[in-house]
Design a protein around this ligand. Structure first.
Ligand SMILES: [Zn+2]
Ligand SMILES: [Zn+2]
Length: 426
């Protein structure tokens, strides 16, 4: 630990009150994917107040990138990434600043809206890190990009958005990062950094299966074609797909939403199934898609209707290279304390931060934010007397304010160590 690291920590502590305020404001005013209008405005106003070299706005919808060029000579460029969007989930986390927002215009809505994935924390922590790093620009040998990414949870079908769209629009082309870094808040003990070498999150895609029959009065099914039994067959058959993939490669196929246009006395023309495929081993994705397409098309045929199958919004796995992790562990341990940096299990969640890490190199880790402790097997359990353990996307998901400063320090120290050349793969 050098005086510069101490200085970064002191500056992070100084900005904590404001980070908590930003986080609470964002939590109370969440916005769905590709609709992050006011969130982007808050970010933009703050970045402009820091006299950065550049603030790029309106990227891939409501993405914002701040560019901070250090005063010292240096070629490295770090991209610190936070996602900014919320979810169509009610807010039952029980805090005074809980969200009561309902989005009535969103496709498929109206939806209750909340930060059930904790992106309010991500956004506030990166805003705080921007304050910290802008305050030490005379010491920085290189450039910091503050990347505020919209639509991580997936834009409405038919719209572009997210990390891939930011890259397609050239958001990080000049100067190109030499490292991308991000982290996600998780139901882990507060202040713990979780890491995994290899695939931390799985490959993902959105599934849309449209079954078409022929609409008819419910009393005369033989006069039309009922697509509903085919939907039932597909839902049942999905449970067998995993047995056609190596049992050593975790795969899930889940249909979370069934949309029909019938009525109790009308056999509808179409049934649409919406779901997701997750593969721990990225190369399995093609085979799982083929099996699901075969199942859908032939089940439809068996019931005299037809199926179209679309695989949309594919996101690559989040993969951490050993060499990057080896380089970063000393920084993580300095930030969290050596005993609070722990390996974590792989999950079949996804995060499109993989688009940045795959292109530029870098890392993605997790930050614990709940009243938890680790059991003998290394898995989190609820701490006695605490608020419990709730997964991301659960209406009860919560994150404690007192962990935000750790996230600010994590961004600042990773950025500084990369720019001075101690955090680089060997
Ligand atoms: Zn999420
Ligand atoms: Zn998330």
């Amino acid at each position: 630990m050098t005086a510069d690291h101490d200085d970064l920590d002191a500056r992070a502590t100084a900005v904590t009150r404001q980070v908590v305020q930003w986080r609470r404001h964002l939590h109370q005013h969440p916005e769905l994917s590709n609709r992050e209008v006011n969130t982007a405005a808050l970010i933009t106003d703050h970045l402009k107040s820091l006299s950065l070299d550049e603030v790029r706005t309106g990227i891939a919808g409501h993405g914002v990138v701040g560019v901070l060029k250090g005063s010292q000579r240096g070629e490295r460029v770090i991209a610190l990434r936070a996602d900014t969007d919320a979810l169509p989930v009610p807010d039952l986390c029980g805090v005074p600043f809980a969200s009561h927002v309902v989005d009535r215009q969103y496709p498929g809505g109206p939806f209750p809206v909340s930060h059930a994935c904790g992106h309010d924390c991500h956004t506030a922590m990166l805003m705080g890190a921007a304050t910290v790093l802008a305050g030490v620009r005379e010491k920085l040998p290189g450039t910091v990009l503050f990347v505020f990414q919209p639509a991580e949870e997936g834009p409405p079908v038919g719209e572009n958005g997210g990390a891939r769209e930011m890259l397609a629009q050239g958001a990080l082309d000049d100067p190109a990062p030499t490292m991308a870094f991000g982290f996600h808040v998780t139901p882990y003990p507060k202040g713990y950094i979780g890491y995994r070498v290899g695939n931390q999150f799985g490959a993902s895609c959105l599934v849309k299966i449209t079954l078409s029959g022929q609409q008819v009065h419910g009393s005369t099914p033989w006069m039309g074609i009922d697509p509903m039994p085919a939907a039932g067959a597909i839902l049942t058959g999905v449970g067998q797909i995993y047995r056609q993939i190596s049992a050593f490669d975790p795969v899930t196929v889940s249909i979370g939403h069934v949309e029909d246009v019938g009525r109790f006395n009308i056999i509808g023309q179409t049934v649409t199934l919406w779901g997701t495929i997750r593969c721990a081993v990225e190369s399995d994705m093609g085979q799982v898609q083929t099996r699901l397409r075969t199942l859908a098309v032939h089940s439809a045929q068996a019931y005299n209707c037809s199926a179209t199958v679309d695989f949309l919004q594919d996101v690559p796995a989040v993969h951490n290279e050993q060499s990057w992790m080896d380089a970063a562990l000393p920084t993580f341990q300095r930030v969290a304390g050596a005993d609070r940096v722990v390996p974590t299990a792989a999950t079949l969640g996804y995060d499109d931060v993989s688009e940045f890490v795959n292109r530029y190199g870098g890392l993605y880790v997790t930050l614990g934010v709940q009243d938890a402790e680790l059991g003998p097997d290394g898995m989190p359990t609820p701490a006695a007397g605490g608020r419990g353990l709730f997964m991301n996307h659960n209406p009860h998901f919560y994150a404690d304010d007192d962990t935000l400063v750790t996230g600010v320090r994590l961004h600042a120290q990773v950025a500084y160590d990369h720019l001075i050349g101690t955090l680089v793969p060997r």
